[in-house]
Design a protein around this ligand. Sequence first.
Ligand SMILES: [Zn+2]
Length: 287
Amino acid sequence: MPYRLLAIFAHPDDEGAVSGSLVRYARSGSHVTLCSVTRGEVGESSDPALATRETMGQVRQGELECAVKTLGIQQLRFLGYRDSGMAGSAENDDPRAFVQSPATEAVGRIVALIRELRPHIVITFEPGGWYGHPDHIAASRHTTTAYAAAGDATAYPEAGTAWQPQRLFYAAILKEGWRAFVEWQVSQGMDVSSFGAFRLDEPDPMAALITHGLDCSADAPLKRQGLACHRTQFGGEHQMMRVPDAVFRAAFGHEHFVQVQPPLTPTPGAPLIEDLCHGVNDDDHAR
Ligand SMILES: [Zn+2]
């Protein structure tokens, strides 16, 4: 069925968490737009030869364009903010940083995007931002506000004709997936200290909220090809590229979502819904 999906994330490579799902809909005739709020300007490069501090945003834009092409995602947009860096870094205070933007301005930009593209489905981060990245948290909050405002003709009247999408999903990365990946790294004697922010030894607050689960394991190799485009992040000997296919598939082959609007409470023990477009109508195509 031809639906329109809009996924709003913060940095080049964030899309990798749900790229199997985006591939599935793009391939089946739906139209998928990926919007990256920033160009990932302040990340570290895996290889200094690939980018400097000055060129990082431009290089990462090119890497995301590569990923979108590899995955068959139809459209890529940027919201034009600057990467705010990790929590507590000096980059948080840059006036161009996404976290410095007034909420009404950021929400207004997302409302304008929703009204222009008229998606049925909107996807963003869960409120915790996967591991607490300030841009992820802000993207989740502003997209949630914009989702409701987009359909209200009295809100942001300068941002176009009101359009109400039918579903808002939070993309989650369950700790069980990360644990599989980290266990393999430990077995290889690798340093896993960078996973501290994921608090993998603690219970997963997202697990009980998941409503939708897509088995994308058949597309795991394609997911990894998409990640490979992000050379400044996964270049060289990065563990994401070295992990055996079976471990990658086990860790990242299933993608998980929480249906936020309309609110849906999962029934414990019930199977997850396997289609983000389940129950969505595409009547607007006839108008
Ligand atoms: Zn990110």
